[in-house]
Design a protein around this ligand. Structure first.
Ligand SMILES: NC(=O)c1ccc[n+]([C@@H]2O[C@H](COP(=O)([O-])OP(=O)(O)OC[C@H]3O[C@@H](n4cnc5c(N)ncnc54)[C@H](O)[C@@H]3O)[C@@H](O)[C@H]2O)c1
Length: 257
């Protein structure tokens, strides 16, 4: 899929992996709609890259529809959806005091990470279905979802997060099958540990990130958001990639803790 002259919606596009992807896709000819809760950062990045910001909670049907409508309103066919909105969470199934994991926090993580991803995928794909095919194969678009290595080998205390990411992995093949009839490909990336604000900022966060980087086989460091963005673009541009879950992790395999 050629990025020149198309529009793209990126959830979570105001920060981290989504922001790097917004910069990369815009730099390669796409008009980007940043769909995020963070108004200040989202607007400022949209201005920087000549895109559009739409304040969006990915769990809300109307707000996601409005973000997709904004992409259609650019006059450029919507060809790309990148789901990068997400939150982390750490809580044990039974905590140290013997109390069970909060049901509300579990539901919140599932709602944002999993249901939110589904919400933008379905509404975005419905808009793609209305576009003219981009090539002789009948290609109309690409959906890239962001899961996590934690969705494959979840660590202790990662129950809610891992369930949300495992759900995204589980949706990949059936979504690719469903959407093949409209010429839309679906791919899921599982990042390992990438240096973004999700780990917080300041000296404590830096110390924590250094500990996280230690078990990465090679390169022996955290991944960079621009490397993630490069993978997203490669997947969009490679028309034969479909229905696949791709680890992006420097070879790390998470241990129990
Ligand atoms: N950074 C990593 O190491 C890593 C590893 C594996 C997976 N991931 C996943 O990658 C994605 C991006 O993470 P990141 O590291 O860039 O984090 P980040 O915190 O830098 O960015 C996440 C963005 O999502 C937005 N967001 C949160 N809830 C939202 C909602 N309800 N509606 C719309 N936007 C919302 C935030 O405002 C923020 O801009 C997440 O899904 C995360 O789980 C990250």
């Amino acid at each position: 899929m050629d990025l020149n002259g198309v529009s793209a919606v990126i959830s979570g596009g105001a920060s981290g992996l989504g922001a790097a992807t917004a910069r990369d896709l815009a730099g390669n000819g796409a008009t980007v709609v940043i769909a995020d809760l963070n108004e200040e950062q989202g607007k400022s990045l949209a201005d920087e890259i000549g895109g559009v910001f739409v304040k969006t909670d990915v769990t809300d049907e109307q707000q996601v529809q409005a973000a997709v409508d904004a992409a259609v309103a650019t006059g450029k066919p919507l060809r790309v959806v990148v789901n990068s909105a997400g939150i982390g969470w750490a809580e044990r199934t039974v905590n140290r005091d013997g109390n069970p994991h909060s049901l509300a926090t579990y539901q919140k993580v599932i709602a944002i990470n999993l249901v939110g991803t589904f919400n933008l995928m379905r509404i975005g794909a419905a808009a793609m279905a209305k576009t003219e095919p981009a090539d002789a194969d009948g290609a109309r678009g690409v959906v890239i979802n962001t899961a996590s290595v934690a969705g494959i080998e979840g660590q202790t205390g990662q129950l809610a997060y891992s369930a949300s990411k495992g759900g995204i992995i589980g949706m990949t093949v059936p979504a690719a099958r469903d959407l093949s009839v409209i010429g839309v490909r679906v791919l899921t990336i599982c990042p390992g540990i990438i240096d973004t604000p999700i780990y917080g900022t300041g000296p404590q966060a830096e110390e924590w990130k250094a500990r996280l980087a230690a078990p990465v086989p090679f390169p022996k460091r955290l991944g960079r958001p621009d490397e993630f963005a490069h993978l997203v673009r490669s997947l969009i541009e490679n028309d034969y990639m479909n229905g696949e879950v791709i680890r992006f992790d420097g070879g790390i395999r998470f241990q129990p803790k």
